[in-house]
Design a protein around this ligand. Structure first.
Ligand code: PGA
Length: 251
């Protein structure tokens, strides 16, 4: 059985004070929820504060990026060990904003995923199509390219650890959500790709999230789909009440 994983992606939001205020309200709201892995992927600058505040809770720490080297002359980058120092367990890799705004390629994303796995971080690998690609019928081709670029060459054990976030780019931050059946269709296609690269047993172990305008109002429908194992939540994760409602979708 795959345990659902619901992750906040705070993007470039929240100072230390704002993060502490969030947690003050959020922690009691989700206390006792052990049905779901609850992850907060926060900016580097609040990793320390958040890690202290969530110690001894059911919340796990995540980051939003990592570099593919251990150390060196890479100004502005952050190494896996620097994240692990704060107890970080998950790291988002290849978010569409990293790909579009910062020019990250599938090759770099593969190197980052490899490095994260070797270092003991669990990648949350983001894939998904643009509106133009969807309208031209290229959704599956785009996801296949992004999945194959990363998963080819991994062992089955490595593959099974990775969390995939399917995020149609046109649904990110726009208020437009893919219908739960469209999301399910693409996510089950992604699972079939993993089955082809590895085997069915491995494909059934990989947790695949949906991301893109997930809100308290649509989370139940999405989570009711057999292949959707969680959500990666941007805007609605910034408010403790709304993110708690998403995390507690079973109640
Ligand atoms: P959104 O962002 O929930 O604000 O659409 C999701 C994401 O980019 O991970």
């Amino acid at each position: 059985m795959r345990k659902p994983i619901i992750a906040a992606n705070w993007k470039m939001h929240k100072t230390v004070k704002e993060a502490n205020d969030f947690l003050q309200e959020f922690i009691p709201l989700v206390e006792g929820n052990n049905d779901v892995d609850i992850v907060l992927c926060v900016p580097f600058t609040v990793l320390d504060a958040v890690s202290k505040k969530i110690a001894d809770t059911n919340i796990t720490l995540g980051a939003q990026n990592v570099y593919c080297q251990d150390k060196g002359a890479f100004t502005g980058e952050v190494a896996p060990q620097m994240l692990l120092e704060f107890g970080t367990k998950y790291v988002i890799i290849g978010h569409s904003e990293r790909r579009a705004v910062f020019g990250e390629t599938d090759e770099l994303i593969k190197e980052k995923v490899n490095k994260a796995l070797q270092s003991g971080l669990i990648p949350i690998l983001c894939v998904g199509e643009t509106l133009e690609e969807r309208e031209k019928g290229f959704t599956e081709a785009k996801c296949r390219k992004q999945i194959e670029a990363v998963f080819h060459g991994l062992t089955k054990d490595q593959a099974a650890q990775i969390v995939i976030a399917y995020e149609p780019i046109w649904a990110i931050g726009t208020g437009k959500t893919a219908s739960s059946s469209d999301a399910e269709q693409t996510i089950s296609y992604i699972r079939s790709l993993l089955s082809g690269i590895f085997d069915e047993d491995t494909a059934l172990k990989v947790r695949i999230q949906y991301g893109g305008s997930v809100k308290p109002e649509n989370v139940q429908d999405l989570m009711a789909q057999p292949n959707i194992d969680g959500a990666l939540v941007g805007g609605a994760s910034l408010d403790p009440q709304s993110f708690a409602k998403i995390v507690n979708y079973k109640e």
